[in-house]
Ligand binder design. Structure first.
Ligand code: PT1
Length: 287
């Protein structure tokens, strides 16, 4: 049996099904005024929809909408503000797009509201640790990406330390999986994400990527986000807007090691790279 058979290759995302036999491209749609690399130009729902359609044209398999920046140093956004930014955009996108929309939120109220307007996946950088988030996510019936973060976005890059970064993050994520199962959220609805750049130095991020096969070996689908991040800049010595080639290299490495969803700003380039990986690996995907 191919090892990928353990992964539950199809994700039920509301009215959409996402086949994870090949690596999928998740396009980033920020609806924040303070986005670190694309300036947050997409708060107007009509513009957000245009941008989402463009990413689908470029080959995005799903669109991730976030209203709270979580890059290092960001301040938390109050519930009403996050909801006010995100909901009009989700209401425009969900019925209109041919691909599932995910919502990048840690707030249970936003998860519930997003599920009601047709979101297909919950993406929580906080791993459902907020009060009420486990219950809210379980009740939506949607799949959930559980990500690891050390601390909070505001403080996470202040001297992060690990004994063994891969082992600690794997332990954390498997504890969150157990908490989900206890709350009635079954494994078949879960994805894991080591959380590149969330309370990690570049050396930690590089080790996590080298050892990504350990996350893949859990049998749960792995999602990664490295697009334009500091780890790419560290390796290539480029500012955020010039990190395309490094980011594509990171995506290729992750997919080769068995990651199933790659969260990116630059959809067209990543799509081509993933098509190449899929052509080479075919049904013999890593993992
Ligand atoms: C991610 C992710 C995310 N990243 C998931 N959701 C961000 N599931 C937002 C830097 O080091 O990796 N996985 N949602 C963006 N956050 C960051 C973090 C942006 C670090 C930049 C950096 O530059």
């Amino acid at each position: 049996m191919e090892r990928q058979d353990r992964q539950g290759p199809v994700l039920e995302c509301g009215r959409h099904r996402l086949d994870l036999a090949a690596p999928r491209v998740m396009g980033i749609l920020n609806v924040t005024p303070d986005s670190f690399s694309d300036g947050g130009h997409f708060i107007d729902p009509a513009r957000a929809l245009d941008r989402a359609h463009a990413m689908v044209e470029e080959g995005a398999d799903l669109i991730d909408v976030g209203g709270e920046s979580t890059r290092p140093g960001s301040e938390p956004v109050p519930l009403d503000e996050e909801r006010g930014r995100i909901m009009p955009v989700l209401e425009a996108l969900c019925p209109a797009l041919p691909v599932p929309v995910s919502v990048d939120t840690s707030k249970p109220e936003v998860m519930r509201a997003a599920a009601e307007v047709g979101v297909g996946l919950l993406n929580d950088v906080n791993g459902l640790r907020a009060d009420g988030a486990l219950e809210a996510a379980a009740e939506t019936g949607l799949p959930v990406c559980l990500m690891h973060m050390l601390g909070t976005p505001r403080t996470m890059q202040e001297d992060p330390r690990y004994r063994n970064v891969t082992q600690e993050i794997l332990d954390f994520l498997l504890q969150r999986v157990a908490a989900c199962e206890a709350a009635g959220l079954p494994r078949r609805r879960l994805l894991l994400d080591p959380g590149f750049g969330f309370g990690k130095r570049s050396a930690h991020n590089f080790q996590l990527l080298r050892e990504l096969d350990q996350f893949v070996a859990t049998g749960l689908p792995v999602l990664v986000g490295m697009s334009r991040k500091g780890m790419v800049g560290q390796a290539t010595n480029k500012p955020p807007q010039e990190r395309l080639h490094g980011s594509v290299a990171a995506a290729v490495m992750a997919a080769t090691l068995g990651a199933r969803i790659i969260r990116v700003h630059d959809v067209a380039a990543t799509r081509e790279a993933m098509d190449f990986v899929a052509a080479v690996l075919g049904g013999k995907a890593a993992g």
